[in-house]
Design a protein around this ligand. Structure first.
Ligand code: CTP
Ligand code: CA
Length: 227
């Protein structure tokens, strides 16, 4: 796909993207989170906008600033992110789920700081499952073109294709986070992208470079899907 063809597909298209970690609060001073830096999602937002899309970025807490021209919606927890995304998803052409959403949250958040009690050496935190934002968007009647990510430590293609099918996605970008230089909290990544009847490997590169290639691939697959 040439730059011109990519621009033709994406011009004026509405693209919604999630990025960063979520923060699941236990009490006013503590939370559960993960190592996501938001870099891949922010790079994708920037490159999609450069290609002519109208981009909304729903982001968990990160240390980077949003690319100019992108509409930024800041959220904390997975439930907040779910609400921010589902209230906007119906009117979107493309949804990219790059966020590392916490799968579980504390069963309850208490208003006061949790204190150590008596002489208990152990403490148990009860967790409950968060909703799957991506699967919920992909289940909408008027669903956008849905792109997911899959961070795995083994059996990459097997798990990624499982998620592609189970969540009814159009495309999934998988990476082996067990290999140094790939995935969480670094500037580089390598991705194996899969769709129903094919796939493509994008070798180790900066997240900016990968974002350009991914945006191209999304435009290409959307054009094919429309035929
Ligand atoms: N995702 C989401 N909402 C969740 C969990 C995941 O939108 N509550 C999205 C992620 O943004 C990613 C994709 O689903 O695009 C896959 O996330 P991943 O954590 O790899 O898969 P899970 O389905 O959560 O399975 P597991 O963590 O058990 O491997
Ligand atoms: Ca998960």
């Amino acid at each position: 796909f040439s730059k011109r063809e990519v621009a033709q597909v994406l011009a004026g298209k509405k693209l919604l993207i999630t990025a960063g970690p979520t923060r699941e609060e236990l009490d006013p001073v503590r939370y559960i989170t993960n190592h996501s830096s938001g870099k891949m999602g922010y790079a994708l937002a920037e490159m999609a906008m450069a290609a002519g899309a109208q981009v909304t970025l729903v982001s968990g807490p990160v240390n980077i600033s949003a690319p100019k021209g992108v509409e930024l919606v800041r959220v904390g927890s997975a439930l907040d992110m779910h609400q921010a995304v589902l209230s906007r998803a119906q009117s979107q052409d493309i949804f990219v789920a790059a966020a590392a959403v916490a799968d579980y949250r504390p069963a309850s958040r208490v208003d006061q700081k949790i204190k150590k009690t008596g002489d208990n050496d152990d403490m148990v935190i009860e967790l409950v499952r968060n909703p799957d934002i991506l699967a919920d968007v992909a289940a909408l009647a008027n669903k956008p073109f849905c792109v997911g990510f899959a961070a795995e430590t083994r059996d990459l293609e097997h798990y990624a294709r499982g998620k592609l099918k189970r969540k009814k996605l159009d495309m999934i970008c998988a990476n082996l986070v067990s290999i140094p230089g790939q995935g969480f909290n670094v500037d580089t990544n390598a991705l194996d992208v899969f769709w129903k009847d094919g796939g493509k490997s994008l070798s180790l590169a900066s997240k900016q470079q990968l974002a350009v290639l991914l945006v191209e691939l999304i435009a290409e697959r959307m054009a094919v899907a429309r035929q």
